[in-house]
Design a protein around this ligand. Structure first.
Ligand SMILES: C[S@@+](CC[C@H](N)C(=O)[O-])C[C@H]1O[C@@H](n2cnc3c(N)ncnc32)[C@H](O)[C@@H]1O
Length: 267
């Protein structure tokens, strides 16, 4: 099965059992992303934004509420159906389509922002290269792509992470010590691929972008160990505002990367 088929099947099946949004809950990465939106995408009013690999659209909705004109796409038909249901329920207009990131039928130079959350790490390297090229194509000159992805700058930390079970309702992960791990690993939709700062910087630079990289989040690794939304929100918020500055050698420990990639006016 190709990676694309695997993604489609996994997400079509997965969201049948419900999502955070079906329960009216923010997703685990909602607060970190909100920080990025608020700091880096402060003025989206009237701007045309594409939510690249939108899932069921929680961030498309957030951006629309901030005044952006959002178009959203995802490879999973079920996710797009859910997005349409939510958009109707919450009374927002979000044009959406089922499409793949590496070959998207949206028009060239039609967006001020490309926004992607936790999508690139689902792509194999050749798909990622094409997806980044697609973002460049879709952006207007002077436009900006912002991607927030998981970051693995430390092999050691990543190995330790695999042994800690996560009891998250919609995204559980058994410990590598446990009997269920083998089944989990066989179904896991994350291709094995580099997720380092250097890797992301290179992929975007190679496609012609002027790239800035920001690594964020250290203590928010702990947020999935609790289901308590108030504690999660508190950890993420305080982490992004100040906790992360207290850790020495933090480059290795950051949990997420924010790629801020500009399509230059004269590009
Ligand atoms: C971890 S989810 C993130 C969803 C959403 N952006 C968010 O932050 O909640 C990854 C999403 O990538 C989508 N996806 C995977 N491969 C894709 C591809 N080739 N093109 C478009 N979407 C894809 C999946 O269907 C899934 O919705």
């Amino acid at each position: 099965m190709s990676n694309k088929e695997k993604q489609k099947t996994y997400y079509d099946e997965k969201s049948k059992g419900g999502t955070y949004w079906t329960e009216g809950l923010p997703m685990p990465h909602f607060y970190p992303n909100k920080y990025v939106f608020d700091k880096l995408l402060c003025n989206v009013t009237g701007k045309h934004v594409v939510d690249f690999g939108c899932g069921c659209g929680q961030f498309s909705y957030y951006l629309s509420k901030k005044g952006a004109r959002v178009t959203a796409f995802d490879i999973s038909k079920k996710n797009i159906c859910d997005l349409n249901t939510f958009a109707k329920e919450y009374n927002v207009f979000i044009p959406s389509l089922v499409a793949s990131a590496d070959q998207c039928p949206l028009e060239a130079e039609s967006f001020d922002f490309v926004f992607g959350s936790a999508i690139l790490h689902h792509l194999e390297l050749d798909e990622e290269k094409d997806a980044v090229r697609e973002s460049y194509r879709m952006l207007k000159k002077g436009g900006m792509a912002i991607f927030i992805e998981p970051l693995i700058n430390s092999k050691l930390l990543d190995t330790i992470r695999e042994y800690i079970p996560i009891k998250d309702k919609y995204n559980p992960r058994p410990s590598k010590f446990s009997a269920e791990f083998r089944k989990y690993a066989a179904e896991d939709p994350h291709p094995v691929r580099p997720l380092t700062s250097a890797h992301f910087k290179k992929v975007f630079s190679d496609s012609g972008f002027k790239v800035q990289i920001k690594e964020i989040g250290i203590f928010n690794r702990l947020d999935r160990l609790t289901r308590n939304q108030t504690i999660r929100k508190w950890i993420s918020t305080s982490d992004y505002y100040f906790l992360q500055y207290l850790v020495p050698f933090r480059g290795k420990f950051y949990r997420n990367i924010v790629v801020i990639a500009e399509k230059e006016e004269c590009g």
